[in-house]
Design a protein around this ligand. Structure first.
Ligand code: FES
Ligand code: FES
Length: 178
């Protein structure tokens, strides 16, 4: 490479236009192809409720719902979410009413520092919506991708049990009617 040459043979790819729905709002952004959904949410849309723990798919702190299915936002590229509906912890409550899963976490004191809590709540909603869990033994297995450094697991399981008892609204990735 001669002095003054560009460091790369090809310019970096341009940002892509991305249309998606985030917490019920149609959203258009321009993102480079390497931007993760987690960084889009936190750094560009300022939805910092979704947490970055490991950034490697190992802790579940970044769990959000995409078309109602839970995913690790740190492992998903933003550009792959075109046309999809993303729900984060900020999009769950109604104007006056918490989502049943949020209320259950409050009622059961299912958090300590709270860092893992947005991911735990989104994951628990996704789990109920997937229909794979029918009791606390299933919950342990199905929630095993969400780590809690504070060890609030017993209360988290209790909260999920309470939310399950509140009916189908507990599995919905949308605000309750207020
Ligand atoms: Fe995504 Fe840990 S930050 S799994
Ligand atoms: Fe602190 Fe779970 S409440 S990490």
């Amino acid at each position: 490479m001669k002095p003054g040459d560009a460091p790369f043979a090809h310019p970096p790819p341009a940002a892509h236009r991305l249309d998606l729905t985030v917490n019920g709002r149609p959203t258009t952004v321009h993102v480079e192809p390497w931007v993760t959904l987690l960084d889009l949410l936190r750094d560009r849309l300022h939805l910092t409720g979704t947490k970055k723990g490991c950034d490697h798919g190992q802790c579940g702190a970044c769990t959000v719902l995409v078309d109602g299915i839970r995913i690790n936002a740190c492992l998903a590229l933003a550009v792959m979410q075109a046309g999809r509906t993303v729900t984060t912890i900020e999009g769950l409550a109604g104007k006056e009413t918490l989502h049943p899963m949020q209320q259950a976490f409050v009622d059961c004191d299912a958090l300590q520092c709270g860092y893992c809590t947005p991911g735990q709540i989104c994951s628990a909603i996704g789990m109920l919506s997937e229909g794979h869990s029918h009791g606390s033994d299933d919950d342990r297995e199905q929630m095993s991708g969400n780590l809690c450094r504070c060890g609030a697991y017993a209360n988290i399981l209790e909260a999920i049990e309470q939310a399950r008892g509140s009916g189908p609204a507990a599995a919905r990735a949308a605000p309750p009617a207020s």
